[in-house]
Design a protein around this ligand. Structure first.
Ligand code: ATP
Ligand code: MG
Length: 428
């Protein structure tokens, strides 16, 4: 520090400087910001040439939390983080008595054996304690060419130390809070991960079952064809016509099983792809119109389309590809629940309304309904009442998509009235 940079004795007086310092130290609570603020406030309030803050670490050792250059005896050079050995600060910490060092350190009986380091004229070294617990030590130093610190400065230091202690206590509480919040976040993500793994394990077990059955059936049919053909010879027990007929049947069965595997794998692929990658403002009205256009032929064979759309509904925040996939799946279920050929007696309704924070979309059909014992299982992977041509993953994928969008889905049903209601957050 050049002489012109050096703080001069304040003309504003200690109280005004103290209030500025207090404002400064209470403007920050994080360790990295607070410790330099305290040191700066000390230097200004006491018109010191250098200052440092030494704190106690978790292991009970003293370390330099922040220091400005040219410290009395702790090595100087702003050695932040360095552990403090035997010196003025550690002796003040041990005795917990403030020290005013105005003359030579060598002549001071409290500091016998210590060698003064650096160019220090006078120092105030103040222990910071909270409820009998030592938090650290604050020190301020003036160069030899300045008027030395006085007893009055030492009294003022006790006022400043009170504020510094409060700020350090707040910082410690904040540190603890941050550590706990971080631990909580880690525990939460571990929990989410293990839940996800359990779900995955369940899915893989079901998947292997769902694939194994048709695969074994396909294999058995193909084995039959292979051995039947191997036996084929003039005069064999099976006539050529019987042989061709039986082989054709077995091959058709095998093809059906392979197609079934294809259906399951396609749904699994959608399930895995349900994670939202790109999001943008999506107009649900447009998506409903697209779904109706895609399935128009199947719908009008079975029901009248009712649409009840609130034009003020905002766009939702989402991925139009996966949301379309969800709407198609729900609409396909509704279609499958209505027998064809009675379109005048049935309705398929699409309702969109604005609700708090988002949009509610309802797809309601007047089909056969879902019995109460089935209703609780409709979102389960591979649950289906429609036989082997269906994967039973339709609503599992739908729920995954809605969850990934931060939404909710609910299904209510009674004979002749099933409603799937989903809520999706609006795009901001
Ligand atoms: N609108 C509805 N009306 C009556 N039952 C329904 C309706 N929606 C779903 N379900 C019941 O819920 C079950 C599970 O539906 P989900 O869409 O998950 O599978 P799926 O339709 O059987 O097969 P997939 O969708 O894979 O072809 C259906 O098998 C059916 O019993
Ligand atoms: Mg379905």
């Amino acid at each position: 520090m050049s002489p012109s940079d050096r703080p001069q004795t304040s003309e504003r007086g200690f109280d005004a400087e103290l209030m500025d310092g207090v404002r400064l130290i209470f403007s920050s609570i994080r360790r990295a910001e607070l410790t330099p603020c305290i040191v700066k406030a000390v230097r200004q309030a006491f018109s010191a040439d250098s200052a440092s803050l030494i704190l106690v670490n978790a292991g009970g050792e003293l370390y330099v939390a922040f220091s400005e250059e040219r410290l009395a005896e702790d090595g100087g050079g702003g050695a932040t983080g360095r552990l403090v050995g035997d010196g003025v600060a550690s002796r003040v910490a041990r005795s917990r008595r403030p020290a005013l060092i105005a003359g030579s350190l060598l002549a001071d009986e409290r500091f016998v054996g210590l060698t003064p380091r650096g160019r220090v004229g006078s120092s105030i070294v103040y222990p910071l304690c909270s409820d009998d617990r030592l938090l650290g030590v604050l020190s301020a130093n003036r160069d030899p060419d300045r008027s030395p610190f006085s007893e009055g400065d030492l009294e003022n230091a006790s006022v400043f130390a009170g504020y510094a202690r409060l700020a350090l206590d707040n910082m410690r509480l904040y540190d603890e809070l941050e550590t706990r919040a971080a631990a909580l976040a880690t525990a939460r993500s571990r929990l989410a991960f293990s839940e996800r793994m359990a779900e995955l394990a369940h899915l893989v077990a079901r998947l292997s079952h769902e694939v194994n059955n048709p695969a074994s059936s396909a294999l058995a049919n193909l084995d039959f064809v292979s051995s039947a053909l191997a036996e084929a010879a003039p005069g064999a027990a099976r006539s050529p016509d019987t042989l061709v007929g039986q082989c054709k049947l077995a091959i058709d069965e095998a093809a059906k099983s392979v197609r079934q595997i294809g259906v399951v794998l396609k749904r699994v692929d959608q399930f895995v792809g349900a994670e939202v990658q790109e999001r943008q403002a999506v107009d649900l009205v447009q998506l409903v119109q697209n779904v109706v256009a895609t399935l128009r032929h199947e719908i009008i064979e079975r029901a009248r389309i009712v649409s009840d759309i609130d034009a003020s509904a905002p766009p939702v925040n989402g991925n139009s590809k996966t949301l379309s996939q969800a709407l198609l799946s729900i609409t396909a279920n509704a279609i499958e629940a209505i027998p064809p050929g009675q379109a005048t007696r049935h309705t398929l309704a699409f309702r969109i309304r604005k609700t708090t924070g988002g949009v509610e979309l309802e797809i309601a059909d007047s089909g056969r309904g879902i019995p109460p014992e089935v209703l609780g299982r409709i979102f389960d992977p591979f649950f289906t009442t429609k036989g082997p041509q269906s994967s039973g993953l339709g609503l599992t994928v739908v729920r995954e998509i809605v969850n990934e969008h931060g939404g909710r889905i609910d299904v209510t049903s009674s004979p002749g009235a099933t409603a799937v209601v989903m809520f999706l957050p609006a795009s901001s």
